[in-house]
Design a protein. Sequence first.
Length: 364
Amino acid sequence: MLYEDVPIDTAKEQGEGNMLFSILVPVYNSEIYLKECFDSVLRQSEQDYELVLVDDGSTDGGGAICDAYQAKFPDRIRVIHQKNQGLILARRAGIRAAQGAYCMFLDADDAYEPECLSTVRETIERTKADVVIFNNYSYFEEDGSIEPNKIVFPDQTEFTGEQKRLIYQELIASERLNNIWMKAIQTPLLQNDDTDYTLYADNPHGEDLLQSLYPLTHAKTIVYRDKMLYRYRRHSSSMTRVMDFQRMEQMFDDKKELQLRRYMTIWGMDTQEEIDRLQARKTRGALTTFWFFYRAAKTNQEKKAVLAYPWKARFRMQERSLKTNQYLPRKYLVQIRAILHHNIWLLDGICALGKRKMRAQHGA
């Protein structure tokens, strides 16, 4: 059943003490998506929640839409208006205001599936989990297609004690568990985090992982559900394919890696093997970013503009360590050397090979 088919329940369930969930939605210049987003919460089969909307200084009609929803559902919705401070501080404002036993997160252009809250509640009641991690799927705005996210662990896997190292290893090696909106987290685990997030306020990239580190470290029980409960919207214009050096620097911000390295020490996972996993992840991420822009370049001049970014600073260390890093395929070395030497002929060949493989996979 799609969330559009579920009626909106205007009555607020009163449980014992505080409500179960605080749903936190940061809002900034996303007015065209807000009705769909908010209604996906109001149509939940589970009704023990509050919806906290944080208007982060929107300059479109988003703030007024938030107020209109609060006026219509005054016992269900609270609105916080603040000057623009960026995504991470908008989330923190919602966390400070949360009154539910668990915080859940929803971006203003995304949506919950109708059974999202009921599935999480059932999991919490059955396992007493401090954190529930669930799956999602991507909705491609351009053509309406969907793509399920990869399942990381078997459904209903519980992690306690030393088993949590499997979660930490995934955080080090990939981005599959990064997103904060795929987690229900006990509110004290978020509110007791004294990290100074103002240090990261000017850079939205990687904020999900940063805010996940403290609660995942201090949670006693983490449960993974493979159910696709969250719809993540992929915009055709979500990331312009015009080279923007400032944005690139934000994406490669080392401050967030340093914070992850601190937690690796806390976890007792600052070994060379885990450092190699992290290095491999960084290399894959940098290469993915490079190819995103390079494949969009139509002329040699545009390709040279992509290559003009100081990739050397990003790849020189990787080039030296590739020979000993067991988690990096050798093919990456070829790609990195082609980038560092501005070898457009070889890069075009790699692009063409990739397209042929894709056509073969789809039977074209």
